[in-house]
Design a binder for this molecule. Structure first.
Ligand SMILES: NC(=O)c1ccc[n+]([C@@H]2O[C@H](COP(=O)([O-])OP(=O)(O)OC[C@H]3O[C@@H](n4cnc5c(N)ncnc54)[C@H](O)[C@@H]3O)[C@@H](O)[C@H]2O)c1
Length: 324
């Protein structure tokens, strides 16, 4: 009897993953396949050939703007994991319109489809939601503090927040969901973000450029830990209908991160502060760095028993070994 119930709740599921070829999407698809589920992955990129050999993986090289296809896949599957998006801070300043369009429009459609077909939703939001709030550690229900809408930098935070609002407004009674606010997840496959840029430059003995004096602090979570947390929540009978911070609460300065990476990779790279001219150029374009970002993990720890296995040192070593 016990085994029957276990089979019932753990039965193979069909999962639709947008952004399936991205950093988090690909790790997530691999985990789901390794647990025996069927995965329907969608992405405009098509770089991983290995995963496509898996008979339970169905890949669509398509855009999330193909609403007919997205609608069909939401309907056909048990849960939609909407990860497609832009996560590189450089883009907020250069491609503001694209960031807003991609973050908001397909997401609102997906929320609609989940509501219509009563399907579950995983949505990846961001620590950027808290903006420059000084209320550290950031509680999920805490205040957000953002700059003016004339400053491009805030477009990503605002766009993700709009999607969060839509999820809360539409799904609570119709379907179950979870919104993850991710805090600097890193590991193999990451592109265009601080850990990835430092590691790749360190391997080539190139300079590691830091903004200002590098005292800005961040918390880093290794991808394997992030995926285990996702999976523990995924396995629950129903999703919590909540927003949850996903991260590590040990903060490290960017300067310290650079030093660690140089040491671990035995590199001759130098840490170089960006010139005052470059900094003022970036500021004039609307860039504003956040000095301290730490998640509160109270809510997460009440919800899941899994605790991260990697500290920054071990995580960086594993990441480095994977790309050497
Ligand atoms: N990695 C982090 O630490 C972090 C932090 C905060 C939020 N997030 C969020 O998590 C999600 C995944 O981030 P990631 O780090 O894997 O980024 P990523 O850039 O590696 O992956 C995003 C994927 O989305 C795909 N994509 C872009 N436009 C698309 C479109 N029109 N149609 C279909 N696919 C499209 C890209 O090709 C890419 O494969 C994003 O929504 C991001 O905002 C990530």
């Amino acid at each position: 009897m016990l085994i029957w119930w276990k089979d019932y709740f753990m039965r193979t599921k069909k999962i639709f993953v947008t952004g399936a070829m991205g950093f988090i999407g690909l790790h997530w698809c691999k985990k789901l396949l390794s647990e025996g589920h069927k995965v329907y992955g969608l992405d405009i990129k098509n770089h991983n050939t290995e995963i496509k050999k898996n008979k339970n993986f169905f890949f669509f090289r398509e855009s999330v703007f193909n609403y007919d296809l997205v609608k069909r896949l939401v309907k056909k599957t048990d849960i939609t994991c909407h990860f497609a998006g832009i996560a590189s801070p450089k883009e907020y300043l250069i491609n503001t319109t694209k960031v807003i369009n991609l973050t908001v429009n397909p997401s609102l459609k997906i929320v609609d489809y989940c509501k219509k077909y009563k399907k579950k939703l995983f949505f990846t939001s961001t620590s950027e939601i808290y903006g420059k709030s000084k209320e550290v550690p950031f509680l999920e229900e805490g205040n957000r503090l953002l700059g003016s809408t004339s400053v491009k930098r805030w477009c990503y935070s605002t766009s993700k927040a709009l999607v969060e609002h839509s999820i809360f407004a539409n799904l609570k009674k119709k379907s179950s969901f979870v919104i993850f606010r991710l805090f600097n997840v890193y590991g193999p496959g990451l592109e265009g973000r601080v850990v990835d840029i430092f590691i790749k430059n360190a391997i080539k003995n190139k300079n590691l450029n830091i903004f200002g004096n590098g005292s800005q602090k961040r918390c880093f979570l290794y991808i394997d830990d992030c995926i285990e947390i996702f999976y523990e929540i995924f396995k629950k009978k129903s999703l919590p209908n909540e927003v949850i911070n996903i991260g590590n609460n040990v903060s490290t300065s960017v300067q310290n991160l650079a030093k660690k990476i140089i040491k671990i990779s035995n590199s001759n790279s130098k840490i170089v502060r960006q010139s005052k001219r470059k900094i003022s150029q970036m500021k004039s374009k609307g860039y504003e760095d956040i000095l301290l970002r730490v998640p509160s993990l109270q809510k997460l720890h009440k919800m899941v028993s899994y605790r991260p296995k990697y500290n920054l040192q071990n995580g960086l070593k594993k990441y480095l070994n994977s790309i050497k």
